[in-house]
Design a protein around this ligand. Structure first.
Ligand code: NAP
Length: 247
């Protein structure tokens, strides 16, 4: 069976790195994006330039209809998914006293509902009871999910806490179906995600306070995610792996 990986939010940052590592590891890579078609096309071109196979797929993974359509298109293009990186996510900095229901619901939908919907579609294809050959799911959580978000973004941290719980619970639910489920918990990683919330200044200020002395780069995380998907990690499931330079 071909190795097929879906990377949600694969057009930029950590997702783009996961996609490139996946291409090198021999996966047919489905680079999902919401808006940045050009950047997704660049990731596909980079994978192909290294001899890999990839295609870009537009879908807003917070929407059920888009998720169903995405996995159906992947079936048609490369065959059933064997590895899923639930990476798409948004961050907001806000105090609880200023939060609105609209902001909260958007955050839950993008960071939590999307992961459940994509996992559902993946399990329907990977599970032995459905004729699948097993597989691996990695959720992109955050150290904030354990620590609460530096007193600045409890809602974002809570969404990642939910992913940690989902990782442990789903790992138990589908272990007998040959599916492993793990989470990678990045610390501070230098990506566009920090743009509206202090951007480079935030990276430069917090980076030196991290025990290893710097903020992470997307490849620090991409390598860990694709390793967790690999046969080298075949006895690891329900694990929450921090990639945070000791923070
Ligand atoms: P990023 O640079 O802002 O990229 C986010 C990606 O998610 C983009 O590809 C974006 O696609 C996609 N996306 C957002 N909403 C989407 C939706 N509804 N449907 C489909 N795609 C969507 O973020 P990042 O820093 O790489 O973060 C990736 C993951 O790691 C996130 O889950 C984040 O919470 C987590 N994380 C990041 C850090 C960090 O310090 N950077 C730390 C801990 C955890 P478009 O550009 O096409 O819209």
């Amino acid at each position: 069976m071909d190795k097929v990986m879906v990377v949600t939010g694969g057009s930029r940052g950590i997702g783009a790195s996961i996609a490139r590592y996946a291409g090198r590891a021999g996966y047919k890579v489905c680079v999902n994006y919401r808006e940045q078609a050009g950047q997704a096309a660049e990731v596909v071109a980079a994978i192909e330039a290294e001899g890999g196979r990839a295609q870009a797929f537009q879908a807003d993974v917070s929407l059920e209809t888009d998720v169903v359509h995405l996995f159906a298109k992947v079936d048609e293009t490369f065959g059933p998914v064997t590895a899923l990186a639930n990476n798409a996510g948004i961050m907001q900095v806000a105090l609880v006293e200023d939060m609105t229901a609209e902001d909260l619901n958007r955050l839950w939908a993008t960071n939590i509902t999307s992961a459940f919907l994509c996992a559902r579609e993946a399990v329907r294809r990977m599970a032995r009871k459905h004729g699948g050959g097993g597989g691996a799911i990695v959720n992109l959580s955050s150290i904030a999910g354990k620590k609460g978000g530096r007193g600045q973004r409890v809602h974002y941290a809570a969404s990642k806490g939910a992913l940690n719980t989902m990782t442990i619970g789903l790992a138990t639910e589908v272990a007998g179906e040959g599916i492993r489920v793990n989470a990678v918990l990045p610390g501070l990683i230098d990506t566009d995600m920090h743009g509206p919330w202090g951007g480079k200044k935030r990276i430069e200020t917090i980076g030196p306070t991290i025990p290893l002395g710097r903020a992470g780069v997307p490849d620090d995380v991409g390598a860990a995610v694709v390793w967790l998907m690999s046969d080298d990690a075949s006895f690891i499931t329900g694990e929450l792996l921090e990639v945070g330079g000791g923070s």
